[in-house]
Design a protein around this ligand. Structure first.
Ligand code: HEC
Length: 317
């Protein structure tokens, strides 16, 4: 009887500690999505409001007082997001204030040292096609249908621009598009075969809509991060043989999706953190494309693997 009571007490104690011990905030899973969805549109490579970028570790720490590891209360990044909703200085400068839960996550993350793995660059803007030496598709001349589609997109408020002066290659960024994202729009996009760079991050693009983009065979960079795209949708990318950069972070893709990318021999950068893809799947894909770098939030995974190894070492002894 006595032993039972002791066991029961020990069990309750274990339960109680499990409930109070909170895991450390995970940058890739919990902080990056907040910055990506609410801050980077104004504090990224394109717009640098207040001369501040929040899309990489180096940038975010590069400006005095914005982030002070271990001291949320002194970090401008946290101070700005907890201001009253009607304060002129509140961030984000537009839209609803962050939820209390999001504010608390930012606070805890900073107080725990503001850990931000170097290779996790939000939005991947640093990899625009013009900046890397890569193979371009053969010359392109816009058809009448394509010109019409561009006009239609312009009407909808979407800028489809040449990637450089006098270039026939085009770029479009719908990441912060505020109009309705519907089939009509996607159909028009699918006719603009001069597109080499397309950003659909954070949009309502889904697997069925992706089918309409299959004709975009000249695409070199494609952003699909934070969308509903799954493995099923990836098969529509099969004909995009010049694809050099693909961002799938924050989607529901798995190792099966990764395997479907093995014929994309020109692919060099694949972002798949915060998905169901695993290091095993990434390694397999690299076997058929050794020049590819797959970003799974690697340092996080490496750390986990190391711990696992240490544990095994310990068991052997
Ligand atoms: C709609 C655009 C917009 C969004 C979205 C936005 N900001 Fe800002 N931010 C600005 C502007 C404009 C300034 C410069 C004016 C000022 O300091 O208030 C600024 C300034 C700042 C500063 C001060 C920089 C310094 O050097 O002191 C911080 C910190 C900041 N923002 C953080 C954030 C965070 C964190 C988010 C997301 C939760 C965010 N911002 C979202 C427009 C924006």
């Amino acid at each position: 009887m006595k032993t039972n009571t002791i066991l029961l007490t020990a069990g309750l104690f274990a339960l109680a500690t499990a409930a109070t011990a909170r895991a450390e905030v995970d940058f890739a899973k919990q902080i990056a999505p907040i910055l990506e969805k609410r801050c980077v549109e104004c504090h990224g490579a394109e717009k640098k409001k207040g001369k501040l970028r929040l899309d990489s570790r180096a940038e975010a720490f590069g400006k005095e007082d914005v982030l002070i590891a271990g001291k949320a209360d002194e970090s401008e990044l946290y101070r700005r997001v907890i201001l009253p909703a009607d304060d002129d200085d509140i961030m984000p400068a537009e839209g609803d204030p962050l939820s209390k839960a999001e504010q608390d996550l930012l606070r805890d993350w900073i107080n725990e040292g503001a850990k931000w793995p170097e290779e996790l660059v939000l939005g991947g803007q640093a990899d625009a096609p013009a900046q890397v030496a890569i193979e371009w598709p053969p010359e392109h001349k816009a058809s009448d249908a394509e010109k019409k589609a561009v006009a239609k997109l312009n009407e909808l408020g979407i800028a489809v621009r040449p990637i450089a002066q006098n270039s026939t290659w085009l770029t479009a960024n719908l990441r912060v598009y505020s109009g309705e994202f519907n089939d009509e729009l996607v159909t028009a996009l699918g006719q603009v075969t001069g597109l080499v760079d397309l950003n659909l991050a954070n949009t309502k693009i889904n697997d069925a809509m992706l089918a309409k983009l299959a004709p975009l065979k000249n695409l070199m960079t494609l952003h699909l991060e934070n969308t509903q795209v799954t493995d099923t949708g990836l098969k529509h990318l099969a004909g995009m043989e010049y694809l050099h950069y693909l961002n799938l972070y924050g989607t529901a893709i798995t190792d099966e999706g990764l395997a479907q990318l093995k014929d994309h021999q020109r692919l060099r950068k694949l972002y798949a953190w915060q998905t169901k893809a695993t290091a095993e799947g990434a390694t397999k894909l690299k076997e058929s494309n050794p020049d590819l770098s797959v970003n799974l939030g690697e340092s996080l995974i490496v750390v986990a693997e190391k711990k696992e190894e240490e544990k095994k070492e310990g068991e052997k002894k």
